[in-house]
Write a protein that binds this ligand. Structure first.
Ligand code: AMP
Length: 544
C-alpha cells in the first residue's frame, strides 16, 4: 500500500480558552445572568467573563498554581464558577468540580485523591469546608467565592475571591499547549467502592462541545437563552458551560435554589428558551406550574437525562405546556453526551403514538460516539430493537483510563457502560436498565425502568422504583416502591390493576409498598441499591 501523506492544514490546538476568546470577541455583549448566593441577580457579558477569567488566571499564577495541578470547586451554577472553569483550564491547570452533595468522607477522599492545591467554595459550603480543612493538608488555601463585605468569620483561614481578582489586571494571554492536556476532573460515585476520577482533556471537551451544539443534539444557537439546571459539579453541567459560549447563546445560572418556584421565575424573567436537568428537578417544576396554573412563555425545549425520563413527564411537558422534551443518555465517562432523541423526516407521517414511543427512547448517537450491544459471550447483538445486551461505547470524548487508575476499564478498546440496552435498526437506543438493576425472573429479564415508566402515568404516583426481591421459584421478582402525590389516595390493588394490558403479565410486580421518600444519589438518581438492602427480606404475598 502506498504510504499516506500529511495534511497541510494549520496545527491549531483545540483549547478551552479558544471558546472563551470566541465568545468574548464575537458575542461580547451577550449576557450571563446569575442568581447569586448573596441573594441578588448579577449580570455581565462574555466580554466581562473573559476579562475576569484572565485576572483569575493571573491570581492563580500568583498563588503558585502550576500547570497540571488541580484546583477544586465546591460551588453552585454561577458566573464565578464559570470564571474558575475558564481560568483554571485556560492556564493549563485542571478544574476539579466536587459534588458537594456527596458524604463529607467521600469529598475528603476525592479532594485528597485529586491532590487539590486550592479549593474555591460558595458560602453555602463553609460548614463543609470547616469540616474538610483539617483532613486535607495538601490544600494550600480555601477561597470563599465572594467579596470582602460578605466574607464570613471562620476558624479556617480563608482567601477572598474578589480580593484575589482585584489584585490583578487582565493583561494576560491564554497560553498555547497540546490539546491533549488535561483540563478538568469529575469523580463518579459508583454504588460500590471509592469514587473514580474522569480526567477530561481540552480536545475531548472542545469536540464534545461541537457535538452538543449540533441540530440533532441540543441544537444550541446565538438565539437561545440557556439555563443549565444540571449542576456544574455534575459532569460539567453536561458540557453546557463550554457549548453555550461556543454558540454565543445567553446563559442564566440559577445558583442554589432549584425548586420549581425559583426556576420558573428565572425562566420567565430572563426569557429562557432551553434548559437541561435530571427528571427529579422537573418533577418539582411541573408540580409548581400545575398547582399555580402557569404557562411557559419562552421555554421551548429541555433536555432530560441522567436517569430515565418517564413517558408521562414527556407527555405532560409537550401536551400541557408545549415544551419539547429531548430525552438524552450519557455518563461521566462520556463527558457525558452519548445519545439524544429526536425524530427524523421518515418519522413525520407516523401516527402520534408511534412517534411518542420513539421519543421515549434515549435516542441515537451523536457523531463522535460509537455504540454496540453485546451478549453474555461478548458477541455483538443485532440492532433489531428487541435483543438487549450490555452497551459499550468508544470515541474521542470517552474515557480511556480513570485518574491514577492502574487498570484499563476498556474491553478490546470499548468502554463498558454498565447499562443494558436495545438498539433498533435506525440506531435508536433504549436503555432498559443498569445491569445491576435488571430483574432476572425465571431466566428472563424484566426492565425495571419500563415497569416504573408505566406507573408514573398514574395520577396518584409521584415517584416509583422497581427493584428485585428474591423468589424461591423465579429467582427474582419485581417489587414496586411508590411515593404518592401529596394528598393522593390509591391502593396496592389499584396500582397493580393499572398494569393490565400495559405490560406482559409476568412483568407485573408481585407487590407494591408505599413509602414517604425514595433515596436519591448525589446526582439525583434513585438509589436502588439502598432500596434493595431495605427490602432484601421482603416476601411478597404472591410467593408467601
Ligand atoms: P453519571 O455518570 O452519574 O452521569 O451516570 C451515568 C448513568 O446514568 C448511565 O450509565 C445510566 O445508567 C444512567 N442514565 C443517564 N441517562 C439516562 C437515561 N436517559 N435513561 C436511563 N438511564 C440513564
Amino acid at each position: 500500500m502506498a504510504s499516506t501523506i500529511p495534511g497541510q492544514m494549520m496545527h491549531v490546538p483545540l483549547l478551552i480558552s479558544s471558546i472563551l476568546r470566541h465568545a468574548a470577541r464575537h458575542h461580547g455583549d451577550t449576557e450571563i445572568v446569575s442568581r447569586r448566593i448573596e441573594g441578588d441577580i448579577h449580570r455581565y457579558t462574555y466580554r466581562d467573563l473573559q476579562q475576569r477569567a484572565r485576572q483569575l488566571a493571573k491570581a492563580l499564577h500568583a498563588l503558585g498554581v502550576e500547570p497540571g495541578e488541580r484546583v477544586g470547586t465546591l460551588a453552585w451554577n454561577g458566573y464565578r464558577h464559570l470564571e474558575i472553569y475558564y481560568a483554571v483550564s485556560g492556564a493549563g491547570s485542571v478544574c476539579h468540580t466536587i459534588n458537594p452533595r456527596l458524604f463529607p468522607e467521600q469529598i475528603e477522599y476525592i479532594a485528597n485523591h485529586a491532590d487539590d492545591r486550592y479549593v474555591f467554595f460558595d458560602l453555602t459550603f463553609l460548614p463543609l469546608v470547616e469540616r474538610l480543612a483539617p483532613h486535607c493538608p495538601q490544600v494550600r488555601g480555601w477561597v470563599a467565592m465572594t467579596d470582602r463585605a460578605h466574607m464570613p468569620a471562620s476558624e479556617v483561614s480563608l482567601l477572598c475571591y474578589e480580593e484575589l481578582l482585584d489584585a490583578q489586571d487582565s493583561d494576560y494571554a491564554w497560553p498555547e499547549f497540546d490539546e491533549n492536556t488535561a483540563s478538568s476532573l469529575c469523580y463518579t460515585s459508583g454504588t460500590t467502592g471509592n469514587p473514580k476520577g474522569v480526567l477530561y482533556s481540552h480536545r475531548s471537551t472542545v469536540l464534545h462541545s461541537y457535538g452538543a451544539a449540533l441540530p440533532d443534539s441540543m441544537a444550541l444557537s446565538a438565539r437561545d437563552c440557556v439555563l443549565p439546571v444540571v449542576p456544574m459539579f455534575h459532569v460539567n453541567a453536561w458540557g453546557l458551560p463550554y457549548a453555550v459560549p461556543l454558540t454565543g447563546a445567553k446563559l442564566v445560572f440559577p445558583g442554589k435554589d432549584l425548586d420549581g418556584k425559583s426556576l420558573y421565575e428565572l425562566f420567565e424573567t430572563e426569557g429562557v428558551t432551553f434548559s437541561a436537568g435530571v427528571p427529579t428537578v422537573w418533577l418539582g417544576l411541573l408540580d409548581h406550574v400545575k398547582k399555580n396554573g402557569l404557562r411557559f412563555n419562552t421555554l421551548n425545549r429541555t433536555v432530560i437525562g441522567g436517569s430515565a425520563c418517564a413517558p408521562a413527564m414527556i407527555r405532560s411537558f409537550e401536551e400541557e405546556y408545549g415544551v419539547q422534551v429531548i430525552h438524552a443518555w450519557g455518563m461521566s465517562e462520556m463527558s457525558p453526551l452519548g445519545t439524544l432523541c429526536k425524530l427524523r423526516v421518515k418519522h413525520a407521517n407516523l401516527p402520534r403514538e408511534a412517534q411518542r414511543a420513539l421519543l421515549e427512547k434515549q435516542g441515537s448517537a451523536i457523531y463522535g460516539v460509537d455504540l454496540k450491544i453485546v451478549g453474555p459471550d461478548g458477541q455483538e447483538l443485532p440492532w433489531d430493537g428487541e435483543s438487549f445486551g450490555d452497551l459499550l461505547v468508544r470515541g474521542p470524548w470517552v474515557i480511556d483510563t480513570y485518574f491514577k487508575g492502574d487498570k484499563s476499564p476498556l474491553v478490546n478498546g470499548w468502554f463498558p457502560t454498565g447499562d443494558v440496552a436495545t438498539i433498533d435498526a435506525d440506531g435508536y437506543v433504549h436503555i432498559t436498565d443498569r445491569s445491576k438493576d435488571v430483574i432476572k425472573s425465571g431466566g428472563e429479564w424484566i426492565s425495571s425502568i419500563d415497569v416504573e415508566n408505566v406507573v408514573m402515568a398514574h395520577p396518584a404516583v409521584h415517584e416509583a422504583a422497581c427493584i428485585a426481591i428474591s423468589h424461591p421459584k423465579w429467582d427474582e421478582r419485581p417489587l414496586l416502591v411508590i411515593v404518592k402525590k401529596p394528598g393522593a389516595q390509591v391502593t396496592r390493588e389499584e396500582i397493580l390493576k393499572f398494569y393490565d394490558g400495559r405490560v406482559a403479565k409476568w412483568w407485573i410486580p408481585d407487590d407494591v409498598v408505599f413509602v414517604d421518600e425514595i433515596p436519591h444519589t448525589a446526582t439525583g438518581k434513585m438509589q436502588k441499591l439502598k432500596l434493595r438492602e431495605q427490602f432484601k427480606d421482603y416476601v411478597a404475598p404472591a410467593s408467601a
